[in-house]
Design a binder for this molecule. Structure first.
Ligand code: NAG
Ligand code: NAG
Ligand code: NAG
Ligand code: NAG
Ligand code: NAG
Ligand code: NAG
Length: 816
């Protein structure tokens, strides 16, 4: 054993018999004698084997080879006390040999050993029985056997044995057992905590250490902690912690404290016995790094409860922690960053850390080689900057954002995630945002969008969404091919990632070219799938969809059947009818190239004249792109056209393979001119509305009586047009027999061009209508009521009349 000093007198049996008769006998003979019927011989044979085994490991192996184990295992249950005792001594001294242990496992000796742990047995039996079990209990199967054979109750009892060897062996077995959950709970339930605490006072350091380590394991359990507290566990640990003679025990004692202090009740208790102050002293006095970092971890555990954080804040724990950031040891710094993270839940602490200069100190740690330290430092920064703009600026002033962008290229997912989270927190501020961008954040984030780590993705997408409110960021995202991976994230089933990706898409869609690109990667189809899923759809996915649709009104009208007065349609807009959710909407070019069919025509809007058509259309094969640019410059159309012409002149004609082109619509140009002329001379909104309605009705075949609607030859007319054009795509100006849906579209188109405000709503069965908001009262006398009213514009039956929204007349107009 030799683990501790033990008086030789404790080895018994010397005087009870003479070992002499065995002198000269070979071990083999002695092993044979273990089967003797004479108790005298048995006593002596066991004794001789014990002495022989004590001499070394080879002897133990030799005895094993000679078959000593089987008879010894029998003899430990012998009726004669002396035989039992000596057999245990022999077995016990053999048991710490690895091969013996393996052999013993097969013999199923554990129940008999446990049986002999009862208090009636001799102390020597206790000593060697526990020695046997201590050897065996390193093995998992044996541990289970000890537990199942109810070994714990007698072992706990033996923790209070008068013999230190028995105490030590029993403790060792219990320590081995509590590595498993069921034993951990059982030790508490069987009243093991008080004797364990008692052993802290042992004169033998080895026992103190083992007791602390066992307590360390069992106090993982909450109930055990409560009992620990009730049994004055903290006071006993504090006695150790205050005693510098026990310095070797401090790290382990602190770990037990850490296990038990996370609830506020415990903290109050240690606070009362001066524990908190002691803890702070511990942390600050130069100490071994191990003890210092354990003490800081203790503080971090304490800080897990909000009441405790308040108490720690009152004790100025922040000052202690900031000072620790300059301790040389990495593990201390790391633990300190972790404690700062937890303390950041306390809002006032975040400010204290800043005021004490803690933030530049943490930023400095970002440059250290230690991965663990960097992870802890980025975590602390992400917590410190969470909802705290002054801290964000403190990181910025320490140039932390630069290093954080570099961290995004790191290999540790937690560090990367924390860095992205911190940058996201900071980027709420415009100055910081621009600086973060100037250090190449987008490029790094684009790579991270391809990560498979959920936490990384959550924080990357969030950071991206915040940065993307700068147009520079969106442009960079586009040029760095970041949109495809962003759109790909719409496949995810991770709720938070999906939401953040949707938000980022929503922000990015403010730029039409970016939105167009996002749509190219199938974002709309994916968002529609998401819209169909109860679990996946959210306000974020709705928002993303709306933003994308707002950049593509043709698709919006097709999918939602609704254009708001702010949705201004322009050249290239087409009405492809109602498209079922999930189905891809074909481009105008694709639709134009389809053979003429029986279905409703695609109606297209194009007010551009041939020369202006030539300019942008020649360069962009996609008509929708001109659509969008003219939409943005709507207020100054004339100037734009000149600009375009200039551009065109400076750029030599490069129409090598002249691409597909929208058909010119001269009739629409004429209508638009007429609309401008007639409407601009009117000042009253109602009159303007009526005039435009008249114009539209006139162009599409005039008023049609409700009863005679079925006689109106619009269907035939459209078929003729399709045949004439040899296309399913019909320019709206060519339609001169049109009903609700055609007229409403024309009205919307002209109204948008001349700056009148109206909606376009699709109903069932080719119905569609425009809603306008008009003020009541006599406008010439400026007696407008404060609230405008909603009207449906009649374009069919009494063109120009305004039908009050939801009135019977309006409902009749909207439905069949
Ligand atoms: C028990 O405590 C020891 C330290 O004394 C530790 O190494 C071990 O991991 C702990 N076991 C469990 C299961 O927590
Ligand atoms: C990292 O921290 C350790 C411990 O404080 C220090 O010795 C080392 O110089 C630091 N390394 C760098 C690159 O700052
Ligand atoms: C600190 O960050 C971690 C992980 O990012 C998070 O779980 C925790 O809620 C944060 N705490 C505070 C105070 O922000
Ligand atoms: C990322 O952010 C989420 C929520 O904001 C947080 O819970 C998580 O811990 C963060 N992950 C990392 C690696 O920082
Ligand atoms: C989203 O789903 C709802 C209900 O399923 C549907 O009414 C709505 O039209 C969908 N939105 C789009 C834009 O597809
Ligand atoms: C609108 O969507 C259609 C159909 O997907 C597409 O062809 C067109 O390019 C898009 N236009 C814009 C401006 O996004």
């Amino acid at each position: 054993m030799g683990k501790k000093v033990k008086k030789e007198s404790e080895t018994p049996c010397k005087e009870t018999f003479e070992p002499l008769p065995f002198e000269g006998k070979t071990p083999a003979t002695v092993v044979l004698l273990l089967s003797s019927p004479e108790e005298d011989i048995l006593v002596k044979a066991c004794e001789a084997i014990h002495l022989f085994a004590e001499k070394g490991d080879e002897n133990k192996a030799c005895l094993l080879g000679l078959g000593a184990l089987e008879p010894l295992c029998q003899l430990i249950t012998h009726i004669n006390k002396l035989v039992r005792r000596n057999a245990f001594m022999a077995l016990g001294s053999m048991a710490n040999n690895g091969d013996v242990r393996i052999a013993l496992k097969k013999i199923d000796v554990i129940p008999s050993i446990i049986d002999k742990l009862s208090l009636e047995e001799d102390i020597v039996v206790h000593e060697f029985a526990t020695l046997c079990l201590a050897s065996l209990s390193v093995d998992f199967v044996c541990k289970v056997q000890i537990f199942d054979n109810k070994g714990l109750p007698p072992l706990i009892q033996l923790l209070s044995s008068p013999d230190p060897d028995v105490r030590k062996n029993s403790l060792e077995i219990i320590f081995n057992l509590v590595q498993d959950h069921q034993s951990r709970l059982a030790v508490h339930e069987l009243g093991g905590i008080p004797p364990l605490l008692e052993l802290l006072k042992s004169d033998f350091p080895v026992i103190q250490h083992l007791a602390l380590r066992t307590l360390q394991n069992v106090t993982i359990d909450k109930d055990t902690c409560n009992t620990f507290r009730e049994e004055q566990g903290f006071e006993k640990l504090m006695d150790i912690l205050k005693n510098m003679e026990f310095r070797d025990l401090h790290a382990e004692a602190l770990q037990v404290v850490a296990n038990c202090v996370s609830d506020s009740e415990s903290l109050q208790l240690i606070h009362k016995v001066g524990g908190l102050t002691r803890l702070m002293e511990f942390v600050l006095t130069p100490n071994t790094p191990e003890i210092q970092s354990k003490a800081v971890k203790c503080i971090a555990r304490v800080a897990e409860s909000s009441e405790n954080r308040k108490l720690l804040h009152e004790q100025s724990v922040e000052k202690v922690l900031v000072e620790l950031l300059s301790v040389a040891d990495i593990s201390v710094k790391t633990a300190t960053c972790q404690a700062m993270s937890v303390m950041s839940f306390h809002l006032a602490s975040k400010d204290s850390f800043r005021d004490l200069g803690g933030i530049p100190a943490v930023v400095r740690l970002l440059s250290n080689d230690s991965l663990v330290l960097r992870e802890a430092a980025t975590q602390a920064l992400s917590n410190l900057t969470n909802s705290n703009q002054l801290n964000a600026f403190a990181v910025y002033n320490a140039e932390g954002h630069e290093i954080l962008v570099q961290q995004l290229y790191g290999t540790c997912p937690r560090t990367v995630g924390n860095s992205a989270a911190t940058l996201g927190n900071m980027a709420g501020q415009e100055v910081i945002r621009c600086s973060v961008l100037s250090h190449g954040a987008i490029q790094a984030l684009v790579e991270l969008l391809k990560s498979t780590d959920t936490e990384v993705l959550v924080n990357t997408t969030l950071c991206l969404a915040v940065l993307a409110c700068e147009s520079e960021a969106r442009a960079e995202l586009l040029s760095a091919s970041g949109l495809q991976p962003l759109v790909n994230l719409l496949h995810t089933y991770q709720k938070e990632v999906l939401q953040n990706a949707c938000w980022a898409i929503n922000v990015c869609a403010t730029d039409v070219p970016v939105a167009v690109e996002i749509c190219k990667f199938g974002a709309l189809e994916l968002l529609q799938q998401i819209n169909q899923s109860v679990n996946r759809k959210s306000s974020f996915s709705r928002l993303a969809m709306i933003s994308l649709l707002n950049s593509n009104l043709s698709v919006k009208y097709s999918l939602t059947g609704n254009l708001a007065s702010t949705d201004l349609i322009s050249d290239g807009f087409y009405d492809a009818g109602k498209v079922p959710a999930g189905q891809r909407i074909l481009t105008l070019e694709e639709l134009s190239k389809q053979p003429v069919n029986e279905q409703r025509p695609i109606i297209v809007v194009n007010t551009a004249t041939e020369e202006t058509v030539d300019a942008p259309e020649g360069r962009h094969s996609n008509p929708s792109e001109t659509d969008t640019s003219s939409k943005r410059d709507r207020r100054t159309p004339r100037k734009k056209k000149e600009d375009d012409k200039q551009k065109d002149e400076t750029q030599p004609e490069s129409h090598t393979e002249k691409p597909w082109k929208m058909m010119e619509d001269v009739s629409l140009q004429v209508l638009l001119k007429e609309a401008k002329e007639s409407i601009f001379s009117l000042s009253d909104e109602r009159e303007q509305c009526a005039a435009l309605a008249g114009l539209v009705s006139e162009a599409m075949g005039g008023a049609v009586e409700m009863e005679k609607l079925h006689e109106f030859p619009w269907l035939l007319h459209l078929s003729e047009l399709k045949f004439l054009l040899q296309s399913n795509v019909v320019p709206i100006g060519l339609i001169n027999r049109g009903i609700y849906c055609h007229r409403a579209l024309l009205f919307k188109c002209l109204a948008d061009c001349i700056g009148m405000s109206c909606t376009l709503v699709r109903g069932e069965y080719n119905r569609a209508w425009n809603e306008v908001l008009l003020f009541d009262g006599n406008p010439s006398r400026n007696e407008r009521s404060s609230k405008p009213c909603r009207y449906i514009v009649d374009l069919m039956h009494q063109p120009g009349s305004l039908l009050t929204d939801s009135s019977p007349a309006a409902v009749q107009y909207q439905t069949i």
